[in-house]
Design a binder for this molecule. Structure first.
Ligand code: NAP
Ligand code: GDD
Length: 353
């Protein structure tokens, strides 16, 4: 019999790619989603897997809905991805960020401990936890380097990371922290800088927009390709012993380099003509530089990034170009008509209207 997996945050970028990977591997996939006024299943529709997932309504700050999700899914593996994941917004909503990300993780761990303690658990930790350490360390960051968070988001994730380690040691549970550096794709949310750039540059090249408004373009990030990173998550849960791993590319590039490369993909050299620096888009604190050392994942998991910076930008810009060209031809995207698709399997203890 195939394995069963529960993915929290299945409607997000990583959740969608991971669901596709697990379905291809023969898993029975259950995914939690939150009830919002406009349903958000476009990524799963985009990947053509909406009819292959069992959906369970679940709000991360509500333990009863997590308990119900685990009872329904009876998972062998739990991938806890749901989070308030936008660093900038965590300065505006620090308390909600801590509730969703830290309390939410405590809820997952405690519910697994009580209901299915043998399930393996993946916790979505992040390079953002290193924060200011990036100034001080003159080499790519390693798992054992220390953390100096610079945002409420980073603090919320660092607390979640430690909860994961505590549950692993105190209760002998299989819990891993994936310390993932930034990973992007055409399914990235539009508020993150890479997709904001690829989308706007595609529009500019088609005459649909005139400017690209950005904040701190000197910040550097280690950007990888999301489908490869979800494969790394899966590998982390296939080991004999639980451990924490960094996934990264080992290269850092600035936001400015991303902009220049994106304009290069559409054949525009005078990129400065279109870029407006807007002070309102600067964060109160911003991590200046992140570069990760993935040698532990390479050695123990056999994981290695394939898609590097230039190709990543090309993939994203070309996909946004295709979308807007189709739009100009009158085609509409799934998210233009965001209905609950009739073929969705929604499992809930409460009868739906
Ligand atoms: P994402 O696209 O923002 O997806 C976040 C998911 O969490 C969405 O499904 C979202 O639901 C759900 N969610 C948010 N608040 C919730 C709540 N209160 N209750 C229930 N569900 C909620 O993020 P991602 O890029 O896929 O990242 C996945 C995880 O990895 C996150 O934990 C993120 O912090 C972490 N991470 C990401 C990166 C990266 O570069 N992508 C790097 C390191 C770590 P809606 O669709 O309804 O909004
Ligand atoms: N979002 C955004 N929008 N960022 C901008 C902009 C803008 O207009 N202009 C400049 N930036 C800069 C930000 O200040 C930051 O230094 C950098 O671009 C990257 O910002 P994001 O794309 O929002 O990503 P992030 O690095 O803050 O966070 C992402 O990666 C983390 C891992 O390091 C998210 O996916 C987090 O969830 C993840 O943990």
């Amino acid at each position: 019999m195939g394995k069963r997996a529960l993915i929290t945050g299945i409607t997000g970028q990583d959740g969608a790619y991971l669901a596709k990977l697990l379905i291809e591997k023969g898993y029975e996939v259950y995914g939690t989603f939150r009830r919002v006024s406009t349903p958000n299943f476009w990524r799963l529709q985009y990947l053509g897997i909406v009819d292959k997932v069992n959906f369970i309504p679940c709000e991360m700050t509500d333990m009863s809905s997590m308990v119900a999700a685990l009872k329904i899914a009876e998972p062998d593996e739990v991938y806890h991805l749901a989070a308030m994941s936008f660093v900038g917004a965590s300065f505006e909503n620090p308390i909600a960020t801590l509730e969703i990300n830290t309390i939410g993780t405590a809820i997952v761990l405690e519910a697994v401990r009580q209901i299915c303690p043998d399930a393996k658990v993946y916790i979505a930790a992040t390079s953002e936890m290193y924060g200011a350490t990036g100034y001080e360390v003159k080499r790519p960051l390693k798992e054992e380097d220390f953390f100096k968070p610079l945002s409420p988001y980073a603090v919320s994730k660092l607390a979640a990371y430690w909860l994961g380690r505590i549950y692993r040691e105190a209760y002998d549970m299989y819990v891993v922290n994936g310390i993932l550096f930034n990973h992007e794709s055409p399914l990235r949310g539009l508020e993150f800088v890479t997709r904001k750039i690829s989308n706007e540059v595609a529009k500019i090249s088609l005459g649909l927009s005139k400017e690209l408004r950005l904040g701190n373009i000197e910040a550097k990030r280690d950007w990888g390709y999301a489908p490869e990173y979800v494969y790394g998550m899966w590998l982390m849960l296939q080991q004999k012993e639980p451990d924490d791993f960094i996934l990264a590319t080992g290269e850092a590039h600035s936001v400015k380099e991303f902009v220049i490369r994106a304009f290069e993909v559409v054949g525009i050299d005078d990129w400065e003509k279109y870029v407006v620096i807007d002070k309102k888009l600067f964060r109160p604190l911003d991590v200046p530089c992140l570069i990760g050392d993935y040698s532990k994942a390479k050695k123990k998991l056999g994981w290695k990034p394939q898609v590097k910076f230039n190709e990543l930008v090309k993939i994203m810009v070309e996909e946004d170009l295709k979308r807007w060209e189709r739009w100009l031809n009158g085609e509409r995207f799934p998210w233009d008509a965001p209905l609950y698709p009739s073929e969705m399997k929604i499992i809930s203890k409460v009868i739906r209207a």
